[in-house]
Design a protein around this ligand. Sequence first.
Ligand code: PGA
Length: 261
Amino acid sequence: MRPIVIAANWKMNTTPADAGELARTIASRTRQAGVTRVICPPYVSLAAVRDALAGEEVGVGAQNVHHELAGAYTGEVSVPMLAGLATWVILGHSERRAYFAETDALIGKKLDRAVAGGLRPILCVGEVLAEREAGREAQVVDAQLRGALEGRDPATLAAAGLVIAYEPVWAIGTGKNARGADAQAMADAVRASLRALGWGSHADATPVLYGGSVTSANIEEFLAEPGVDGALIGGASLKPDEMAGIAARAGITARARGLAS
Ligand code: PGA
């Protein structure tokens, strides 16, 4: 059975001085049976968030990681450096793709390192507006998945708990969200791509999240879709009230899907 995952992507927000308290507040207000919670602060706040979440069942994630283990890569952070700080990692976020020129091939290398280092990856895919307007969203996402996953062992990635986040770029940070039906259609498309890559039964077992202007007001629309297993949340993830509302709705889904004991 697939988990319900609520993942907070704080992006380039918070400082080590305030991140711990924010994480603690969110954690205390999002305790819902059957809901897997993850908070992804900036690298420099990982330790503060980890310490603040001691005793809470909330995963801590990085927002990116370098594909090499060490070397002359000024300003970068590698998988071994995250040991003890993070157990999850976001890979291929559209902002990394757009502003830092990350390609599918590079994201695939990061994925290999992350999995080898025991990190649980959230792999982000999604089309830009022109691609959706041209009706090419499934094709674009298929190419992104193929570019990052082809040639890799599905069983290994499934065992690492790979999560796919479908995030249409036109919905990220814009206040424009996709419709639930769009998210469901794309979750189906993601799993079809995985099957085409030889994932077999692992395709249906892979959690697919929706991301893009998710709030407590619209989360219901996405979680009502049987193929959608949670959300990757940006702007709203910095607001405890929003996270409490999102988690409460996720708790209802977890119960409905038989995940809450
Ligand atoms: P948003 O960001 O919720 O602010 O649209 C989502 C994301 O980038 O993961």
